[in-house]
Design a protein around this ligand. Structure first.
Ligand code: SF4
Length: 171
């Protein structure tokens, strides 16, 4: 997996102070893509143990609430396959930190893929901001999302109840 950037501190992509990983590679080809270069799976740098150490060094800090995954597209199969062991590992060590993930796919599209990797990855994600950015639904008053079609989903609640559970206080 390659990545375009790791941002710290990041307060724009999820609640609290976060460390954010922007992975490379995306096949969605949105007409309004604001980040064309990040569609290339080889864009940026290889994601290595050095980057994992950096993320861990930030997650250890008491003021850091969690990790956010963005792209590119974290839910493309190549990226999901590498993010799964990473999230599994981080969740086993940093049990009080949360993981947010931004994806252009909807939750339903992800689940309907019937991919064991994506399904397992969802078990380690606390909050999923889903759906593509739609210019005609752009709304500056929205928190942590660009357009009103995007949803801020409580993934664990959704998995448990099998109904989309929104993070109501943020919608
Ligand atoms: S999902 Fe993001 S990176 Fe992918 S094409 Fe759309 S805007 Fe670009």
């Amino acid at each position: 997996m390659h990545y375009a950037d790791i941002k710290y501190p990041d307060v724009a992509n999820g609640l609290g102070v976060r460390v954010s990983l922007f992975v490379s590679g995306c096949r969605r080809n949105c007409p309004e893509c604001f980040n064309k270069e990040a569609q290339d799976f080889k864009y940026g740098k290889p994601f290595t143990d050095k980057e994992i150490d950096f993320i861990e060094s930030k997650l250890k800090l008491p003021q850091v609430r969690g990790l956010t995954l963005l792209g590119g597209e974290p839910m493309e199969k190549e990226n999901a396959a590498e993010l799964l062991p990473l999230c599994k590992y981080l969740k086993s060590i940093y049990t009080n930190k949360d993981i947010w993930c931004y994806t252009g796919y909807t939750y339903e599209e992800l689940v309907n893929r019937n991919s064991s990797v994506v399904n397992e990855l969802l078990h380690y994600i606390d909050v999923l901001v889903d759906g593509d950015y739609q210019k005609d639904k752009h709304d500056l008053s929205l928190k942590f999302r660009g357009s009103s079609n995007q949803r801020i989903i409580d993934v664990q609640k959704t998995l448990k109840t099998k109904n989309i559970g929104l993070v109501r206080e943020l919608m």
